[in-house]
Design a protein around this ligand. Structure first.
Ligand code: COD
Ligand code: ATP
Length: 200
């Protein structure tokens, strides 16, 4: 099974790229979805988060208050590391379980959308790394507009990750998403024709 790790910075366009390949029928694992599953009510993941951060990060209905937890961890590197420590094994186990499932199905290609692919060293298990790249001003603008954040809040999130410039050296393919959606689509058509169809 050919494993492709899709990464980038926050709001660089990973989900937009993933949607293109999903629409082509390529199987995928979305780490943001996994990260939500492992903190659903009743999970060990949520229990670990509450042990570390207290019940202030819960809503009245017992679900995780993502806004409250985000406000803490995107402004404090120590707290962020603590959260990562609570969830790392749960996220990793679930991703490996899903990978085994696709191996059993003899899936020829599996696309992983993992925001922290480099930071979390997931790149070492990939056959290829694809980086969705934007410059910082585009990233800030898109993040502010998508999440309704102030510039300061957007920068706090961006600075929680390895900078996109430094991620470039890990990439086999760089997808430049500074342009229009049409420009992005043209690049993805080329990647599909040149790199994916041959593996299928
Ligand atoms: C802090 C939380 C509650 C904020 O939730 P929220 O709904 O606001 O954001 P969401 O989960 O959709 O994440 C949005 C983006 O933030 C970035 N991000 C998320 N967690 C982290 C982190 N620990 N460090 C750096 N960036 C992160 C990613 O680029 C992600 O795509 C949530 O992101 C979380 O639980 N993070 C820890 C789990 C994790 O590491 N997720 C990344 C997938 S491997
Ligand atoms: N080429 C583009 N032109 C204009 N807007 C774009 C373009 N590509 C993506 N966007 C918009 O930018 C925002 C971020 O894109 P997307 O959600 O795909 O990023 P992401 O990397 O998956 O984000 P996250 O790290 O938070 O999961 C979205 O609102 C999306 O619609």
């Amino acid at each position: 099974m050919f494993k492709i790790g899709l990464t980038g910075g926050i709001a660089s366009g990973k989900s937009t790229v993933l949607t293109y390949f999903k629409d082509k029928g390529i199987p995928y694992i979305d780490a943001d979805i996994v990260a939500r599953e492992v903190v659903e009510p009743g999970t060990k993941g949520l229990e670990a988060v509450v042990d570390a951060f207290g019940t202030d990060v819960l809503r009245d209905d017992g679900t995780l208050n993502r806004e409250a937890l985000g406000a803490i961890v995107f402004h404090n590197a120590k707290k962020r590391q603590q959260l990562n420590g609570c969830l790392k094994d749960h996220i990793q186990n679930r991703i490996m379980e899903l990978t085994a499932h696709y191996e059993e199905l003899h899936t020829p290609v599996l696309l992983y959308d993992i925001p922290l692919l480099i930071e979390g060293e997931w790149y070492t298990m990939m056959d290829e790394v694809w980086l969705v790249y934007v410059n910082e001003s585009t990233q800030i603008e898109r993040l502010m507009s998508r999440n309704g954040l102030t510039e300061e809040e957007a920068l706090a999130r961006i600075n929680s990750q390895m900078c996109l410039e430094d991620k470039r050296s890990y990439a086999d393919v760089i997808i430049d998403n500074n342009g229009t959606p049409l420009n992005l689509r043209e690049q993805l058509d080329n990647i599909w024709d040149g790199r994916i169809e041959s593996v299928l």
